[in-house]
Ligand binder design. Structure first.
Ligand code: IMP
Ligand code: MG
Length: 176
C-alpha cells in the first residue's frame, strides 16, 4: 500500500485554485512563467493548461536550479539560464514557479536574479510549502498546500532523480 499524501484529484483541484488566484491579479496582462527545473515540470504544465481558461497572455521559460543533495538543502543555490536570450526577463511580469518551498533559499536567490535581470515585477508560485522550515524573510505569493516538514516525492519532486513520474505526492519512507 502506498501512503498517498495528495492524490491526482487533490492536485488538480489545488492547481485550478492557484490558476484562479493568479488570474485575479494578472487578467488581461502578459506573464512570463519561469519554471525551476527539474521539479516544476508536471506542476508547470498543469498550471499552464489551467491558465489557458483565463485571459492571460502567457509565455514560459525555465531556469535550471539545484541546491539539494539527497534529502537536505546544501544551502548553496546554483542557477543556470536555459534561454538563449540574455534579456528574456526584461520589462516582463515574471512568476517564478517551483514545486516546493522549504528553506526558501532557492526562491529568494531566483527572485533576486530575476529582478537583477530587469523584470518589471516578480511573483512566486509554489505547489507546496513546508511548515516551519523557512530560513528567509520571504514567503511565496501563491502557495497551493502547506505540508509538514517531511521529505516528499512524486509529481516532479525527486529523491536522487527518482519518483518524479508519480502522478501523486507521497512521503518518502525510510526503506526507499
Ligand atoms: P529550498 O531552497 O530549501 O526552499 O528548497 C527548494 C528546492 O529543494 C525545491 O526546488 C526542490 O527541488 C528541493 N526540495 C525541497 N524539499 C523537497 C522535498 O521534500 N522533496 C523533493 N525535493 C525537495
Ligand atoms: Mg527544485
Amino acid at each position: 500500500m502506498v501512503e498517498v499524501l495528495y492524490s491526482e484529484s487533490d492536485l488538480k483541484k489545488v492547481v485550478t485554485e492557484l490558476a484562479a488566484a493568479i488570474a485575479v491579479d494578472f487578467k488581461g496582462k502578459s506573464v512570463l512563467l519561469l519554471g525551476l527545473l527539474k521539479g516544476c515540470q508536471p506542476f508547470l504544465a498543469d498550471l499552464c493548461r489551467e491558465l489557458s481558461c483565463h485571459q492571460i497572455d502567457l509565455a514560459v521559460d525555465y531556469l535550471q536550479v539545484s541546491s539539494y543533495v539527497g534529502t537536505a538543502s546544501s544551502g548553496k543555490v546554483a542557477i543556470k539560464q536555459i534561454a538563449a536570450d540574455d534579456s528574456f526577463c526584461q520589462q516582463r511580469n515574471v512568476i517564478v514557479v517551483d514545486d516546493i518551498f522549504d528553506t526558501g533559499l532557492t526562491l529568494k536567490e531566483v527572485v533576486s536574479w530575476v529582478l537583477e535581470n530587469g523584470a518589471a515585477q516578480v511573483k512566486s508560485c509554489v505547489l507546496l510549502s513546508k511548515s516551519g522550515c523557512n530560513r528567509t524573510e520571504m514567503t511565496p505569493d501563491y502557495c497551493g498546500l502547506e505540508i509538514p516538514a517531511a521529505f516528499v516525492v512524486g509529481y516532479g519532486l525527486d529523491y536522487n532523480e527518482k519518483y518524479r513520474e508519480l502522478p501523486y505526492i507521497k512521503i518518502l519512507t525510510e526503506n526507499e
